[in-house]
Design a protein around this ligand. Structure first.
Ligand code: GLU
Length: 470
Protein backbone atom coordinates (compact mmCIF):
# COMPACT_ATOMS: atom_id res chain seq x y z
CA UNK A 1 0.00 0.00 0.00
CA UNK A 2 1.28 3.42 -0.80
CA UNK A 3 0.12 6.95 -0.18
CA UNK A 4 -2.34 7.24 2.61
CA UNK A 5 -4.97 4.88 3.90
CA UNK A 6 -6.47 4.37 7.34
CA UNK A 7 -4.11 1.55 8.38
CA UNK A 8 -0.96 3.32 7.18
CA UNK A 9 -2.16 6.40 9.05
CA UNK A 10 -2.38 4.40 12.28
CA UNK A 11 1.18 3.09 11.78
CA UNK A 12 2.46 6.56 10.92
CA UNK A 13 0.75 7.93 14.01
CA UNK A 14 2.51 5.35 16.21
CA UNK A 15 5.79 6.06 14.46
CA UNK A 16 5.46 9.78 15.14
CA UNK A 17 4.36 9.20 18.72
CA UNK A 18 7.14 6.81 19.78
CA UNK A 19 9.97 7.79 17.42
CA UNK A 20 11.20 10.31 19.99
CA UNK A 21 11.68 7.73 22.78
CA UNK A 22 15.33 7.81 23.80
CA UNK A 23 15.42 4.99 26.37
CA UNK A 24 17.50 1.86 25.96
CA UNK A 25 20.60 1.04 23.98
CA UNK A 26 21.38 -1.26 21.05
CA UNK A 27 22.83 -4.63 22.08
CA UNK A 28 26.61 -4.60 22.19
CA UNK A 29 27.54 -8.09 23.41
CA UNK A 30 27.52 -9.00 19.73
CA UNK A 31 29.92 -6.20 18.68
CA UNK A 32 28.50 -5.73 15.20
CA UNK A 33 25.00 -5.01 16.58
CA UNK A 34 26.31 -1.96 18.46
CA UNK A 35 26.85 -0.18 15.16
CA UNK A 36 23.10 -0.14 14.39
CA UNK A 37 21.56 3.30 13.95
CA UNK A 38 19.62 3.90 17.20
CA UNK A 39 17.23 6.23 15.36
CA UNK A 40 16.02 3.55 12.93
CA UNK A 41 12.36 2.82 13.59
CA UNK A 42 10.09 0.86 11.27
CA UNK A 43 6.62 -0.60 11.65
CA UNK A 44 4.74 -3.01 9.40
CA UNK A 45 1.43 -4.84 9.36
CA UNK A 46 0.32 -7.60 6.98
CA UNK A 47 -3.33 -8.66 6.79
CA UNK A 48 -4.65 -12.15 6.19
CA UNK A 49 -5.32 -11.12 2.60
CA UNK A 50 -1.66 -10.23 2.20
CA UNK A 51 -2.23 -6.47 2.24
CA UNK A 52 0.94 -4.84 3.45
CA UNK A 53 1.16 -1.54 5.37
CA UNK A 54 4.24 0.14 6.79
CA UNK A 55 5.71 3.29 8.27
CA UNK A 56 9.25 4.57 8.85
CA UNK A 57 12.31 2.38 8.29
CA UNK A 58 10.29 -0.72 7.41
CA UNK A 59 12.61 -1.58 4.51
CA UNK A 60 15.86 -1.28 6.50
CA UNK A 61 17.71 -4.61 6.79
CA UNK A 62 18.74 -6.03 10.16
CA UNK A 63 19.38 -9.52 11.51
CA UNK A 64 16.69 -11.82 12.84
CA UNK A 65 18.47 -12.88 16.03
CA UNK A 66 15.95 -14.49 18.37
CA UNK A 67 13.00 -13.73 16.12
CA UNK A 68 14.33 -16.72 14.15
CA UNK A 69 13.55 -19.07 17.06
CA UNK A 70 9.79 -19.60 16.60
CA UNK A 71 10.27 -20.28 12.89
CA UNK A 72 13.01 -22.86 13.42
CA UNK A 73 10.84 -24.40 16.14
CA UNK A 74 8.09 -24.60 13.51
CA UNK A 75 10.49 -26.40 11.18
CA UNK A 76 11.47 -28.86 13.92
CA UNK A 77 7.81 -29.53 14.77
CA UNK A 78 7.02 -30.05 11.09
CA UNK A 79 9.94 -32.43 10.63
CA UNK A 80 9.73 -34.46 13.82
CA UNK A 81 6.33 -33.86 15.41
CA UNK A 82 5.50 -32.45 18.83
CA UNK A 83 6.26 -35.61 20.80
CA UNK A 84 9.79 -36.02 19.47
CA UNK A 85 10.59 -32.30 19.77
CA UNK A 86 9.05 -32.31 23.24
CA UNK A 87 11.51 -34.94 24.40
CA UNK A 88 14.30 -32.45 23.77
CA UNK A 89 12.83 -29.09 24.65
CA UNK A 90 9.99 -28.13 27.00
CA UNK A 91 7.19 -25.59 26.66
CA UNK A 92 7.25 -23.93 30.07
CA UNK A 93 8.02 -20.23 30.51
CA UNK A 94 11.38 -20.06 32.24
CA UNK A 95 10.83 -16.62 33.73
CA UNK A 96 14.48 -16.04 32.96
CA UNK A 97 16.61 -13.99 30.60
CA UNK A 98 17.27 -15.11 27.01
CA UNK A 99 20.74 -16.48 27.78
CA UNK A 100 19.94 -18.14 31.12
CA UNK A 101 20.99 -21.69 31.89
CA UNK A 102 17.36 -22.74 31.82
CA UNK A 103 17.63 -26.50 32.09
CA UNK A 104 15.06 -28.71 33.79
CA UNK A 105 16.54 -30.15 36.98
CA UNK A 106 17.14 -33.83 36.61
CA UNK A 107 16.71 -34.08 32.85
CA UNK A 108 18.74 -31.17 31.53
CA UNK A 109 15.99 -30.37 29.05
CA UNK A 110 15.76 -26.63 28.23
CA UNK A 111 12.59 -24.94 29.48
CA UNK A 112 11.36 -23.80 26.07
CA UNK A 113 12.47 -23.15 22.50
CA UNK A 114 12.46 -19.35 22.88
CA UNK A 115 15.40 -19.10 25.31
CA UNK A 116 18.85 -19.67 23.82
CA UNK A 117 19.39 -23.11 25.37
CA UNK A 118 16.11 -24.37 23.91
CA UNK A 119 16.72 -22.69 20.58
CA UNK A 120 20.16 -24.30 20.23
CA UNK A 121 18.66 -27.74 20.88
CA UNK A 122 15.86 -26.97 18.44
CA UNK A 123 18.38 -26.07 15.75
CA UNK A 124 20.28 -29.26 16.58
CA UNK A 125 17.08 -31.19 15.79
CA UNK A 126 17.20 -29.98 12.18
CA UNK A 127 19.16 -32.68 10.40
CA UNK A 128 20.96 -32.28 7.11
CA UNK A 129 19.20 -34.17 4.35
CA UNK A 130 20.82 -35.76 1.30
CA UNK A 131 20.91 -32.52 -0.65
CA UNK A 132 20.65 -29.77 1.95
CA UNK A 133 22.76 -28.87 4.97
CA UNK A 134 20.90 -28.15 8.20
CA UNK A 135 21.45 -24.44 7.69
CA UNK A 136 20.20 -24.59 4.09
CA UNK A 137 16.99 -26.18 5.39
CA UNK A 138 16.64 -23.44 8.03
CA UNK A 139 17.27 -20.66 5.50
CA UNK A 140 14.81 -22.16 3.03
CA UNK A 141 12.16 -22.37 5.73
CA UNK A 142 12.75 -18.78 6.93
CA UNK A 143 12.58 -17.59 3.30
CA UNK A 144 9.27 -19.36 2.75
CA UNK A 145 7.88 -17.69 5.85
CA UNK A 146 9.06 -14.31 4.50
CA UNK A 147 7.91 -15.04 0.95
CA UNK A 148 11.25 -14.12 -0.60
CA UNK A 149 14.83 -15.48 -0.59
CA UNK A 150 16.67 -14.26 2.51
CA UNK A 151 20.43 -14.15 3.01
CA UNK A 152 22.97 -13.94 5.83
CA UNK A 153 24.65 -10.81 7.12
CA UNK A 154 28.14 -12.32 7.19
CA UNK A 155 29.56 -9.53 9.35
CA UNK A 156 27.01 -10.05 12.10
CA UNK A 157 27.48 -13.80 11.83
CA UNK A 158 31.27 -13.47 12.15
CA UNK A 159 30.87 -11.06 15.03
CA UNK A 160 28.66 -13.45 17.01
CA UNK A 161 30.75 -16.49 16.07
CA UNK A 162 33.84 -14.70 17.41
CA UNK A 163 32.25 -13.74 20.71
CA UNK A 164 29.48 -16.27 21.38
CA UNK A 165 31.21 -18.20 24.15
CA UNK A 166 28.21 -18.10 26.42
CA UNK A 167 26.06 -19.86 23.83
CA UNK A 168 28.84 -22.37 23.24
CA UNK A 169 29.04 -22.95 26.98
CA UNK A 170 25.29 -23.53 27.03
CA UNK A 171 25.68 -26.04 24.22
CA UNK A 172 28.40 -27.96 26.07
CA UNK A 173 26.24 -27.96 29.17
CA UNK A 174 23.32 -29.30 27.14
CA UNK A 175 25.47 -32.02 25.67
CA UNK A 176 26.85 -32.98 29.07
CA UNK A 177 23.30 -33.16 30.47
CA UNK A 178 22.64 -35.68 27.73
CA UNK A 179 19.04 -34.69 26.96
CA UNK A 180 16.65 -36.28 26.22
CA UNK A 181 15.97 -37.84 29.60
CA UNK A 182 17.17 -41.39 29.84
CA UNK A 183 13.86 -42.27 31.51
CA UNK A 184 11.86 -40.86 28.60
CA UNK A 185 10.48 -42.83 25.66
CA UNK A 186 13.08 -44.29 23.30
CA UNK A 187 14.22 -42.19 20.33
CA UNK A 188 12.01 -42.46 17.28
CA UNK A 189 13.42 -44.66 14.54
CA UNK A 190 15.66 -42.88 12.08
CA UNK A 191 16.19 -39.77 14.20
CA UNK A 192 19.83 -38.73 13.82
CA UNK A 193 21.98 -37.91 16.87
CA UNK A 194 21.31 -34.47 18.30
CA UNK A 195 24.48 -32.51 19.06
CA UNK A 196 23.95 -29.02 20.50
CA UNK A 197 27.66 -28.21 20.28
CA UNK A 198 27.81 -28.91 16.55
CA UNK A 199 24.56 -26.93 16.09
CA UNK A 200 25.81 -23.65 17.63
CA UNK A 201 27.32 -22.47 14.38
CA UNK A 202 24.05 -23.12 12.52
CA UNK A 203 22.27 -21.26 15.32
CA UNK A 204 24.59 -18.24 14.91
CA UNK A 205 23.91 -18.24 11.16
CA UNK A 206 20.14 -18.42 11.63
CA UNK A 207 20.39 -15.44 14.02
CA UNK A 208 22.32 -13.51 11.33
CA UNK A 209 19.70 -13.97 8.60
CA UNK A 210 18.84 -10.55 7.21
CA UNK A 211 15.26 -9.26 7.13
CA UNK A 212 13.26 -6.04 7.14
CA UNK A 213 10.28 -5.09 9.31
CA UNK A 214 8.05 -5.86 6.32
CA UNK A 215 9.58 -9.36 6.07
CA UNK A 216 8.94 -9.89 9.76
CA UNK A 217 5.32 -8.81 9.44
CA UNK A 218 4.85 -11.32 6.59
CA UNK A 219 6.48 -14.04 8.70
CA UNK A 220 4.22 -13.24 11.66
CA UNK A 221 1.19 -13.07 9.36
CA UNK A 222 2.06 -16.55 8.05
CA UNK A 223 1.86 -17.94 11.57
CA UNK A 224 -1.37 -16.01 12.18
CA UNK A 225 -2.77 -17.34 8.90
CA UNK A 226 -2.52 -21.01 9.87
CA UNK A 227 0.93 -21.48 8.37
CA UNK A 228 -0.05 -20.24 4.89
CA UNK A 229 1.96 -17.26 3.68
CA UNK A 230 -0.73 -14.67 2.81
CA UNK A 231 1.48 -13.11 0.14
CA UNK A 232 2.61 -16.19 -1.75
CA UNK A 233 -0.22 -18.56 -0.80
CA UNK A 234 2.35 -21.21 0.08
CA UNK A 235 1.55 -23.56 2.98
CA UNK A 236 4.84 -23.21 4.86
CA UNK A 237 3.79 -25.28 7.89
CA UNK A 238 0.51 -26.91 8.91
CA UNK A 239 -2.18 -25.01 10.80
CA UNK A 240 -1.51 -27.29 13.76
CA UNK A 241 2.20 -26.41 13.85
CA UNK A 242 1.44 -22.69 13.44
CA UNK A 243 -0.97 -22.82 16.39
CA UNK A 244 1.60 -24.57 18.58
CA UNK A 245 4.30 -22.07 17.73
CA UNK A 246 1.95 -19.18 18.56
CA UNK A 247 1.15 -20.85 21.88
CA UNK A 248 4.82 -21.02 22.85
CA UNK A 249 5.35 -17.44 21.66
CA UNK A 250 2.43 -16.32 23.85
CA UNK A 251 3.86 -17.89 27.00
CA UNK A 252 7.62 -17.70 26.40
CA UNK A 253 8.34 -15.33 23.49
CA UNK A 254 9.27 -12.31 25.58
CA UNK A 255 11.56 -14.17 28.02
CA UNK A 256 11.15 -12.91 31.59
CA UNK A 257 8.70 -10.24 30.39
CA UNK A 258 6.33 -12.79 28.80
CA UNK A 259 3.67 -12.76 31.52
CA UNK A 260 3.49 -8.98 31.66
CA UNK A 261 3.37 -8.81 27.85
CA UNK A 262 0.52 -11.32 27.62
CA UNK A 263 -1.29 -9.45 30.37
CA UNK A 264 -0.99 -6.01 28.83
CA UNK A 265 -0.56 -6.54 25.09
CA UNK A 266 -2.14 -9.97 24.79
CA UNK A 267 -0.54 -11.16 21.53
CA UNK A 268 1.89 -14.00 20.81
CA UNK A 269 5.18 -12.21 20.21
CA UNK A 270 8.92 -12.63 19.84
CA UNK A 271 11.68 -10.16 20.43
CA UNK A 272 15.26 -10.22 19.16
CA UNK A 273 18.38 -8.38 20.35
CA UNK A 274 18.90 -6.60 17.04
CA UNK A 275 15.67 -4.67 17.77
CA UNK A 276 13.20 -6.76 15.77
CA UNK A 277 9.86 -7.59 17.34
CA UNK A 278 6.92 -9.55 15.94
CA UNK A 279 3.38 -10.03 17.20
CA UNK A 280 0.64 -12.11 15.65
CA UNK A 281 -3.13 -11.74 15.88
CA UNK A 282 -4.36 -15.25 15.05
CA UNK A 283 -6.53 -15.15 11.90
CA UNK A 284 -6.18 -11.36 11.88
CA UNK A 285 -2.72 -9.89 11.14
CA UNK A 286 1.04 -10.06 11.49
CA UNK A 287 2.79 -7.10 13.05
CA UNK A 288 6.45 -6.14 13.23
CA UNK A 289 8.63 -3.40 14.58
CA UNK A 290 12.30 -2.61 14.19
CA UNK A 291 14.19 -0.24 16.44
CA UNK A 292 17.59 -1.18 17.90
CA UNK A 293 17.58 0.38 21.42
CA UNK A 294 16.58 -2.36 23.90
CA UNK A 295 15.15 -2.46 27.40
CA UNK A 296 16.49 -4.68 30.20
CA UNK A 297 14.57 -7.71 28.92
CA UNK A 298 16.19 -7.37 25.47
CA UNK A 299 13.06 -5.97 23.80
CA UNK A 300 13.04 -3.01 21.44
CA UNK A 301 11.86 -0.01 23.48
CA UNK A 302 10.02 1.71 20.65
CA UNK A 303 8.74 -1.58 19.27
CA UNK A 304 7.29 -2.54 22.62
CA UNK A 305 5.67 0.87 23.08
CA UNK A 306 4.20 0.97 19.58
CA UNK A 307 2.81 -2.57 19.52
CA UNK A 308 1.51 -2.15 23.08
CA UNK A 309 -0.32 1.06 22.18
CA UNK A 310 -1.71 -0.46 18.99
CA UNK A 311 -3.09 -3.46 20.86
CA UNK A 312 -4.67 -1.29 23.51
CA UNK A 313 -6.19 1.26 21.16
CA UNK A 314 -7.54 -1.23 18.65
CA UNK A 315 -8.58 -3.79 21.28
CA UNK A 316 -6.33 -6.52 19.85
CA UNK A 317 -5.82 -8.43 23.11
CA UNK A 318 -6.26 -12.15 22.42
CA UNK A 319 -8.51 -12.64 25.44
CA UNK A 320 -10.92 -9.95 24.35
CA UNK A 321 -12.58 -12.42 22.01
CA UNK A 322 -12.58 -10.26 18.91
CA UNK A 323 -14.21 -12.88 16.74
CA UNK A 324 -17.75 -12.90 18.15
CA UNK A 325 -19.84 -13.04 15.00
CA UNK A 326 -22.60 -10.53 14.39
CA UNK A 327 -26.21 -11.60 14.52
CA UNK A 328 -26.80 -15.14 13.29
CA UNK A 329 -30.51 -15.80 13.84
CA UNK A 330 -32.42 -13.07 12.05
CA UNK A 331 -35.90 -14.50 12.60
CA UNK A 332 -37.32 -16.96 15.12
CA UNK A 333 -41.09 -17.21 14.96
CA UNK A 334 -43.94 -19.48 13.91
CA UNK A 335 -45.30 -19.90 10.38
CA UNK A 336 -48.76 -18.49 11.22
CA UNK A 337 -47.36 -14.96 11.52
CA UNK A 338 -45.72 -15.04 8.09
CA UNK A 339 -47.49 -13.04 5.37
CA UNK A 340 -47.96 -16.29 3.43
CA UNK A 341 -49.93 -17.96 6.28
CA UNK A 342 -53.53 -19.03 5.69
CA UNK A 343 -55.95 -16.40 7.02
CA UNK A 344 -57.55 -18.61 9.66
CA UNK A 345 -59.15 -21.91 10.49
CA UNK A 346 -57.48 -25.27 11.06
CA UNK A 347 -54.85 -24.54 8.40
CA UNK A 348 -53.67 -21.53 10.30
CA UNK A 349 -53.66 -23.51 13.57
CA UNK A 350 -51.35 -26.00 11.94
CA UNK A 351 -49.04 -23.23 10.78
CA UNK A 352 -48.86 -22.03 14.38
CA UNK A 353 -47.25 -25.37 15.23
CA UNK A 354 -44.46 -24.85 12.68
CA UNK A 355 -41.50 -22.96 14.09
CA UNK A 356 -39.31 -20.88 11.77
CA UNK A 357 -35.64 -20.14 12.32
CA UNK A 358 -33.76 -18.04 9.78
CA UNK A 359 -29.94 -17.91 9.98
CA UNK A 360 -27.47 -15.74 8.12
CA UNK A 361 -23.76 -15.26 7.53
CA UNK A 362 -20.77 -17.53 7.97
CA UNK A 363 -21.50 -20.18 10.57
CA UNK A 364 -18.75 -21.17 13.00
CA UNK A 365 -19.26 -23.04 16.25
CA UNK A 366 -20.53 -19.96 18.10
CA UNK A 367 -23.07 -19.24 15.35
CA UNK A 368 -24.11 -22.90 15.05
CA UNK A 369 -24.82 -23.01 18.78
CA UNK A 370 -27.07 -19.98 18.37
CA UNK A 371 -28.97 -21.68 15.57
CA UNK A 372 -29.47 -24.86 17.60
CA UNK A 373 -30.60 -22.87 20.63
CA UNK A 374 -33.15 -21.04 18.49
CA UNK A 375 -34.36 -24.31 16.96
CA UNK A 376 -34.76 -25.76 20.41
CA UNK A 377 -36.88 -22.82 21.54
CA UNK A 378 -38.83 -22.44 18.32
CA UNK A 379 -42.51 -23.25 18.10
CA UNK A 380 -44.99 -23.44 20.92
CA UNK A 381 -44.63 -27.16 21.65
CA UNK A 382 -42.11 -29.91 21.42
CA UNK A 383 -44.23 -32.09 19.14
CA UNK A 384 -44.47 -29.49 16.40
CA UNK A 385 -42.29 -29.01 13.38
CA UNK A 386 -39.53 -26.54 12.62
CA UNK A 387 -38.20 -25.03 9.42
CA UNK A 388 -34.57 -23.97 9.37
CA UNK A 389 -33.97 -21.45 6.60
CA UNK A 390 -30.31 -21.37 5.52
CA UNK A 391 -30.66 -19.31 2.34
CA UNK A 392 -28.82 -16.33 3.84
CA UNK A 393 -25.98 -18.49 5.17
CA UNK A 394 -22.74 -17.84 3.30
CA UNK A 395 -20.63 -20.68 4.69
CA UNK A 396 -20.47 -23.36 7.37
CA UNK A 397 -17.11 -24.43 8.81
CA UNK A 398 -16.40 -28.07 9.67
CA UNK A 399 -17.07 -27.74 13.39
CA UNK A 400 -20.30 -25.80 12.80
CA UNK A 401 -21.42 -28.42 10.29
CA UNK A 402 -20.84 -31.27 12.73
CA UNK A 403 -22.65 -29.27 15.45
CA UNK A 404 -25.65 -28.60 13.19
CA UNK A 405 -25.87 -32.24 12.09
CA UNK A 406 -25.75 -33.42 15.69
CA UNK A 407 -28.37 -30.86 16.73
CA UNK A 408 -30.73 -31.78 13.89
CA UNK A 409 -30.31 -35.49 14.71
CA UNK A 410 -31.28 -34.78 18.33
CA UNK A 411 -34.26 -32.69 17.31
CA UNK A 412 -35.57 -35.55 15.18
CA UNK A 413 -34.77 -37.98 18.00
CA UNK A 414 -36.96 -35.86 20.27
CA UNK A 415 -39.84 -36.43 17.88
CA UNK A 416 -39.84 -33.04 16.19
CA UNK A 417 -40.13 -32.76 12.45
CA UNK A 418 -37.50 -30.61 10.83
CA UNK A 419 -37.25 -29.31 7.31
CA UNK A 420 -34.39 -27.24 5.95
CA UNK A 421 -34.52 -24.55 3.30
CA UNK A 422 -31.12 -25.19 1.76
CA UNK A 423 -30.95 -24.68 -2.01
CA UNK A 424 -27.14 -24.34 -1.86
CA UNK A 425 -26.56 -27.55 0.14
CA UNK A 426 -24.97 -25.72 3.07
CA UNK A 427 -25.60 -28.81 5.18
CA UNK A 428 -23.49 -30.89 2.81
CA UNK A 429 -24.39 -33.64 0.35
CA UNK A 430 -27.44 -35.81 1.17
CA UNK A 431 -25.28 -38.87 1.92
CA UNK A 432 -23.33 -37.01 4.57
CA UNK A 433 -26.50 -35.59 6.10
CA UNK A 434 -28.05 -39.07 6.21
CA UNK A 435 -24.93 -40.51 7.80
CA UNK A 436 -24.66 -37.77 10.42
CA UNK A 437 -28.35 -37.30 11.29
CA UNK A 438 -29.46 -40.89 10.76
CA UNK A 439 -32.30 -39.90 8.41
CA UNK A 440 -33.21 -38.23 5.17
CA UNK A 441 -33.66 -34.68 6.25
CA UNK A 442 -36.14 -33.02 3.89
CA UNK A 443 -34.55 -30.04 2.14
CA UNK A 444 -36.37 -27.46 0.07
CA UNK A 445 -35.63 -24.62 -2.30
CA UNK A 446 -38.15 -22.23 -0.77
CA UNK A 447 -39.48 -21.49 2.69
CA UNK A 448 -43.12 -21.73 1.55
CA UNK A 449 -42.57 -25.30 0.32
CA UNK A 450 -40.88 -26.33 3.56
CA UNK A 451 -43.64 -24.81 5.71
CA UNK A 452 -46.32 -26.44 3.60
CA UNK A 453 -44.69 -29.85 3.89
CA UNK A 454 -44.37 -29.50 7.67
CA UNK A 455 -47.97 -28.39 8.04
CA UNK A 456 -49.14 -31.37 5.97
CA UNK A 457 -47.03 -33.74 8.01
CA UNK A 458 -48.51 -32.37 11.24
CA UNK A 459 -52.01 -32.75 9.81
CA UNK A 460 -51.35 -36.44 9.22
CA UNK A 461 -53.04 -38.55 6.55
CA UNK A 462 -56.53 -37.38 7.46
CA UNK A 463 -55.97 -33.74 6.67
CA UNK A 464 -55.88 -30.56 8.65
CA UNK A 465 -59.31 -30.69 10.25
CA UNK A 466 -58.73 -33.77 12.30
CA UNK A 467 -55.12 -32.91 13.16
CA UNK A 468 -56.14 -29.46 14.32
CA UNK A 469 -58.92 -30.87 16.47
CA UNK A 470 -56.81 -33.55 18.14
N1 GLU B 1 21.98 -14.40 18.73
C1 GLU B 1 21.52 -13.94 20.00
C2 GLU B 1 22.10 -14.75 21.12
O1 GLU B 1 22.02 -15.93 21.06
C3 GLU B 1 20.03 -13.92 20.06
C4 GLU B 1 19.48 -13.43 21.37
C5 GLU B 1 18.19 -12.64 21.23
O2 GLU B 1 17.91 -12.13 20.16
O3 GLU B 1 17.44 -12.54 22.23
O4 GLU B 1 22.65 -14.24 22.04
Amino acid sequence: MTASDAVTDVLRGLHARFGGLRDGRPASYIPQLASADPDDFGLALVSMDGHCYSAGAAGTPFTLQSVSKPFVYALALSSLGLDEVGRWVGAEPSGEAFNAISLEPGTGRPANAMVNAGAIVTTALIAATGRASAFRRVLTCLSRFAGRPLDVDEEVYASEAATGDRNRALAYLLRSAGAPPAAGPPPAAGVPPVDPVAAVDTYFRQCAVRVTAVDLAVMAATLAHGGVNPLTGEAVVSAEVAARVLAVMATCGMYDASGEWLLRVGLPAKSGVSGGLIAAGPARFGLAAYSPPLDAAGTSVRGRAALGALSEELGLHLMRNPALPGSTVTLATTADVLPSAPPGGPERALHARVGIVVAQGALDFTAAERVLHALDRSGPERTGAVVLDLREVTGVDALALATLHAGLARLAGDGRRAAVVDPDDRLGPPDLVRERTGRDLPRFGSRAEAVERCAQALAGPDGPDRAARS
